[in-house]
Structures are given as C-alpha cells and as structure tokens.
Write a new protein. Structure first.
Length: 141
C-alpha cells in the first residue's frame, strides 16, 4: 500500500489484562510508538522537533476493537497520515494478526501541533508537513 508505514511486534505477556487478552492501554501505547517510528523514518525526529520548538499532542483517539489479540501473537501495525491541516493532522492505524491477516483493531488519532514553550497550537512547519505523503482517509479503514 502506498504511504503506509508498518511495524511488527510480538505481544509480550505483560500486555494482557485480567481477561487474558491485550489491554486497551497497550494499543494506545503502540499507536504512539508506531507514529513516532513513522515520523522518525520520514526524518521528523525528536531532534528536529526540538530544533523547531514543537511537538505533537493528542486531541482525540478513536479505537474500534474487532477481535482479541493475545500474548505471543505477532501483529503488524500499519499507520498513515490522512491530512495535514493548519495545526492538526489525522493519522489512522490498523492492527493485523500476522498469522492470518485478521484485522484486530482500527483506530485514528487527531494530533495537534504545538509550540513546546507555550503549549499552544502552532502552524505545522513545512519541514514536517512536507515529509509525509498523505493517504486517503478512506483507505480500507
């Protein structure tokens, strides 16, 4: 798929909750982790953001849990950027079980670009917006 970044991991035992499947908190952490990995791969590293005096903060998450995942499962997390508005960007995610390509979770995050000193929204720098090829929001979400 064009413009889709993928990351694979094997689910650790400590990601399970009392129900025996992956805790919802783990998915949120992995959403952040894969977004950072994707950003790094595009050259938008922690150092660049520090130089620009900016950061991203979450405005909202939407997560739909379709099937459970368990410790020991290998999953692929896919993410892509749907849009870059003035101060915000929509990023989507899919979690697939590698063994059978079952869609486990689909999610999205509305990120806000902020000035690290003031904490206020700021226009997304060209160095950041230009680093990502946008992918249609409708992409098999």
């Amino acid at each position: 798929m064009p413009n889709v970044f993928s990351w694979r991991l094997i689910i650790p035992a400590d990601a399970n909750d009392d129900n025996g499947h992956v805790n919802n908190i783990a998915y949120v952490q992995w959403m952040q982790d894969v977004a950072i990995k994707h950003s790094d791969a595009q050259g938008c590293t922690k150092d660049l953001y520090a130089e620009l005096g900016t950061s991203w903060v979450v405005r909202s998450h939407l997560i739909e849990y379709l099937k459970p995942a368990f410790a020991g499962d290998e999953i692929e997390i896919q993410t892509w950027v749907c849009n870059m508005k003035r101060t915000r960007s929509l990023r989507r995610y899919r979690f697939l079980r590698c063994a059978d390509q079952t869609l486990l979770v689909r999610a999205e995050t509305d990120w806000v670009y902020v000035d690290t000193r003031s904490g206020k929204p700021r226009k997304i720098d060209n160095a950041v917006s230009g680093a990502f090829d946008l992918t249609a929001a409708e992409l098999s979400f």
